[in-house]
Write a protein that binds this ligand. Structure first.
Ligand code: NDP
Length: 617
């Protein structure tokens, strides 16, 4: 027991916990790191990426047309861009999307129980503009798809949208001052501006293990759910699984949502776990029109900013946690435990804390939070061995935090078994099922909740290289990503990219980030048009300055040290990250999202497009 002024009383031994965390981490580190996975967008496993939601083979005439703006991607990013461009007076917009409709993540991910664990009122785009009140505290996939369609209609984005279409090439023409874009539908398109909103984790991946293509049962990836086999819908009712032995591989944020639903209908459910997720209380409920006062102009931005101010990772320069916690959910509650405001530490110590003291306090608070999370497992899960296996042993942010009201309780059902692989993972697949620790588990159906390719290059993400002025994007970034504000680069005129890419900010609420970025891009295009310029391009010296700001951020270095010690996962290049840029959320604007948004707002306020060169002829 310690009774230190800095950390207060402790009813646990931090040294023992640290040793346990190190032990659990070490036994998960694999030499093949990121190579343990295989992508499914091309090649041997292509069928795992096929669109189950609409017929991708419907023929259409190839298009030869010019549009003012081409947007790659019809998810929330592409939709927000379309909306914010229209607000700026730019309406001639074509969205190109590989799926059969708008929706992006929520077009693809329609697995049973799919919902978003960020409060719907701050997550869903354009609620104020659409005067739309979400039905639940955490929106289900069907509602998110519906709101995507609503935005598409409201903002006229269906008129020129090309669905089931993949861009295969993009070249800037310096003489014509526009982009040439080719697609896999033989379209030959041109556009004044080319904007990419391609998401970050859109390409399903599988563990690259022996035997996966020999399994003779039914198998699919979580993001391409096969309702023709399981029956039911994203709301459940999976009657096709009655009497079947079903396996779910993976226990990340997706599996947390799938497991309770499959458990209701499968004859038997086996959950193959390598690393347990943290599972906080979600508190799902119906909301209705009065959940939030939506009458005040700017309410959604205010609520988003309030949420962000509560979930800043570490102490952010100049930002104070507001007294009011508008969202008041598991996210903000976790930061309440994790990040004590510096002034309250100062009061306790009678002097300002040192950086080392703050780091020590943060580690202790992390143990406190994780003890609560592990305690919840004991409270809910009846079988002590299963409960022990479901406990996560790492710092809270080491893996994407999870929330669910029914996941842990699902393991109390007689038809559900946790197959804990003790950090080693599934070994291999056979004709009949899955092998763990030399034991074969026969299965009728295998659901691969094994995630998405991440921390890949931009060219790998989009599936094509972009040819700008003088160079390709892959060459231009061969020695590291170079951007201005994370959204443009020199030598690529009239081209922008939005999303949580490197050199932007790392936001829990990705849609907040996308909206800020969309407004930034719309502002630039609006100003470029207003000034009658033909092209706008980030200046190399301003790009370099932004790269320096990111590289020299002490918070980025601190973040790297934190994640480097974490249990392996896609956050830290499977435990092999060598620099901040290797981290999934590394190489970001160090002072956090609110400070980053302030940079964008202040930058835009004078309308001068500083850092950009305009070409007039
Ligand atoms: P993840 O990458 O998070 O999880 C993949 C899972 O597969 C992990 O549990 C991993 O284990 C496991 N796995 C991989 N290989 C093996 C193996 N050989 N044997 C056993 N298990 C294995 O993917 P998700 O689809 O869960 O999540 C992807 C992203 O989507 C996340 O960023 C998440 O934030 C987001 N998401 C967001 C939601 C929201 O509500 N906002 C909901 C769902 C997803 P290990 O951990 O050991 O690597």
């Amino acid at each position: 027991m310690s009774n230190d002024k800095l950390i207060g009383e402790l009813d646990f031994d931090p040294t023992a916990l640290k040793e346990k965390y190190d032990y659990e981490r070490d036994r998960r580190i694999r030499p093949d790191a990121k190579k343990q996975y295989v992508g499914t967008s091309v090649g041997r496993f292509e069928q795992y990426s096929r669109d189950p939601w609409s017929d991708a083979d419907v023929p259409r005439e190839a298009l030869i047309e010019h549009t003012s703006v081409i947007i790659a991607g019809g998810g929330f990013g592409g939709l927000l861009l379309g909306a914010r461009l229209r607000d700026a007076g730019i309406t001639d917009v074509r969205v190109i999307e590989t799926g059969g409709d708008f929706g992006g993540t929520w077009y693809w991910n329609r697995y049973p129980g799919a919902m978003c664990d960020i409060e719907a009122h701050i997550y869903l785009p354009l609620l104020e503009e659409l005067n739309y009140a979400p039905k639940h505290r955490y929106a289900y996939a069907a509602e998110m798809l519906e709101i995507s369609q609503r935005i598409g209609k409201e903002y006229g984005l269906y008129d020129k949208a090309c669905f089931h279409t993949a861009i295969t090439g993009a070249q800037w023409s310096e003489d014509e001052n526009h982009w040439h874009i080719q697609t896999d539908r033989n379209d030959k398109l041109t556009a004044d501006y080319f904007i990419l909103a391609c998401g970050r984790q859109s390409l399903p991946k599988l563990p690259n293990l022996p035997g996966i293509d020999q399994f003779e049962g039914h198998i699919f990836h979580s993001s391409r759910w096969d309702y023709s086999y399981t029956g039911g819908s994203s709301e459940g009712g999976l009657t096709g699984l009655e009497g079947k032995r079903v396996g779910v591989v993976g226990t990340g944020a997706t599996a947390l949502q799938i497991v309770p639903e499959v458990a209701k209908d499968a004859g038997e459910l086996l959950v193959f776990q390598r690393t347990p997720s943290t599972v906080g209380v979600r508190g799902q409920c119906e909301t209705g029109p009065d959940w939030v006062d939506m009458s005040k102009p700017g309410w959604q931005r205010e609520r988003r900013e309030n949420f962000q101010a509560h979930v800043q990772f570490g102490t952010q320069a100049g930002y104070v946690r507001p007294d009011v916690d508008m969202v008041g959910d598991g996210w903000t509650g976790a930061f309440e435990v994790l990040a004590e405001p510096e002034d309250s530490v100062t009061k306790r110590l009678g002097r300002p804390p040192t950086q080392e003291e703050l780091a020590e306090l943060s580690e202790i608070n992390d143990y406190r939070l994780m003890n609560q999370i592990r305690g919840r497992v004991d409270d809910v899960v009846e079988d002590p061995t299963t409960a022990e296996a479901l406990k996560p042993w790492y710092r809270w942010w080491c893996k994407r935090p999870g929330w669910h009201d029914d996941y842990l309780a699902a393991f109390n059902r007689k038809n559900v078994t946790l197959i804990d692989t003790h950090g080693q993972g599934v070994e291999r697949f056979t004709r009949n099922g899955v092998v763990v620790d030399g034991v074969e588990h026969p299965l009728d159906c295998l659901i691969m909740a094994t995630g998405f390719e991440s921390a890949i290059s931009y060219t790998e993400l989009t599936g094509f290289d972009i040819i700008g002025r003088e160079t390709t994007l892959s060459e231009h970034w061969a020695n590291g990503v170079r951007t201005l504000h994370g959204m443009s680069t020199d030598k690529f005129p009239n081209m922008f990219f939005i999303g949580g890419n490197t050199q932007t900010a790392s936001a829990v609420n990705a849609v907040h980030l996308l909206d800020e970025q969309s407004q930034y891009v719309a502002h630039i295009l609006g100003q470029t048009e207003a000034k009658n310029a033909r092209a706008v391009e980030a200046r190399p010296q301003d790009v370099e300055q932004w790269v320096r700001i990111i590289a020299e951020s002490p918070k980025n270095h601190a973040m790297f040290r934190f994640f480097a010690q974490c249990t392996p996962g896609y956050y830290n290049a499977e435990g092999k990250a060598e620099t901040s840029a290797d981290l999934f959320i590394g190489g970001r604007y160090g002072d956090g999202p609110l400070a980053y948004y302030d940079v964008l707002h202040n930058w835009a306020s004078d309308g001068e497009l500083q850092g950009y060169a305009l070409k007039q002829d």
